[in-house]
Design a protein around this ligand. Structure first.
Ligand code: GDP
Length: 316
């Protein structure tokens, strides 16, 4: 178990994942949480990151910061996704080594795996074939992050571990229609259609791709579990092991938000990877599994979204 009284840095605390990890750590009695907003610290800048680490001296780090987005943002801004993430992973891993951080958890993504990886995808599928082109820049940066943790462990003996989550959702998500991921985008589109009494809602692509969705509170729980119980070089998949089609997801969101609406597929938009579901047997064998069913997670996220709209705090 990592020390609940040690200084812990959550890099990326305003994002979907970082905010969930902060909530989880607070609930778990961590007493010395350190954060740095974008305006205060540019994580792409090694000297700024070094100065921040010298001043704050964290003992544990959750590296969950990054430039993230959905299929359109990834495919139209590949340079930003590659550069920002390469730099952020490099600066934080290096600074953590330099000040002697005892344990770091690095968060990757299931898009690191080859487009034609065998499904469900095991950890061993990494670098076994070409990547999905719509998120290649992001995936390359994420693979570099895994290799940073592995090489700092091998060369310097750092206890840096990596977790690869599947598609995430939950409170604090980005509800931007162009830049965000499918689940919040559909929730917002059905919500706005209901408000406008509109009968049809657009869903990108063919509806045929299969995706797995993990609630971000489950992910945060898995991250703390791995920090407490895992100290090895190999990355660990984090997911539910269960997937469904985008059509099924759209129908579930429709039934929750605007049951009268009809779904219209916009096939001018890309499908991306045909299927993405993780083999989670390594994490299950370590003793962790997801506990929030999709239906319950959708309802909770929609309640959060409506409250955030009322409060004016939703990210659009
Ligand atoms: P991906 O797993 O990297 O492809 O992440 P996304 O969440 O961006 O997309 C997942 C799937 O949902 C893709 O097949 C998209 O084409 C599909 N999709 C359907 N409607 C939307 C939408 O409004 N926004 C996004 N981002 N994806 C959508």
């Amino acid at each position: 178990m990592i020390d609940r009284d040690a200084p812990v840095f959550v890099a990326g605390h305003r994002g979907l994942v970082g905010s969930a990890i902060l909530r989880r750590l607070e609930a778990d009695g961590f007493s010395d949480l350190r954060t740095a907003g974008r305006e205060e610290l540019d994580l792409r800048d090694q000297s700024a990151v070094d100065a921040w680490f010298d001043a704050e001296r964290p003992r544990h780090v959750f590296l969950v910061a990054g430039t993230v987005g959905g299929i359109l943002a990834n495919s139209t801004r590949p340079a930003e996704f590659l550069y920002d993430n390469l730099m952020i992973h490099g600066t934080v891993v290096h600074a953590s080594h330099r000040v002697g951080v005892e344990k770091l958890l690095y968060l990757g993504s299931s898009c690191i795996y080859p487009r034609h990886a065998e499904q469900p995808i095991t950890e061993e599928a990494l670098l076994g074939g070409p990547l999905e082109p719509t998120n290649e820049g992001y995936a390359l940066a994420k693979i570099a992050g895994i290799k940073l943790c592995e090489t700092y462990r091998r060369q310097y003996g750092c206890d840096f571990i990596s977790a690869m989550p599947t598609n995430l959702y939950g409170p604090g998500d980005n509800f931007d229609l162009e830049g965000g991921h499918v689940l919040p985008a559909l929730m917002r589109r059905f919500h706005e259609a209901r408000e406008a009494s509109a009968g049809t809602v657009a869903v990108w692509g063919t509806g045929a791709p299969r995706r797995e969705f993990l609630h971000v509170d489950d992910l945060a729980d898995a991250c703390v579990f791995l920090m407490d119980h895992y100290s090895d070089a190999g990355h660990v998949n984090v997911g539910t092991g269960v997937d469904g089609t985008i059509r099924e997801l759209a129908e579930a969101v429709r039934d929750l938000v605007h049951p009268d609406a009809a779904i219209e597929f916009d096939t001018s938009k890309p499908d991306g990877m045909p299927r993405k579901v993780l083999d989670v047997s390594k994490l299950t064998a370590l003793g962790w599994q997801a506990s929030i069913p999709l239906e319950e997670g959708l309802a909770g996220t929609y309640a959060w979204y409506r409250q955030a709209l009322a409060d004016g705090t939703v990210r659009h």
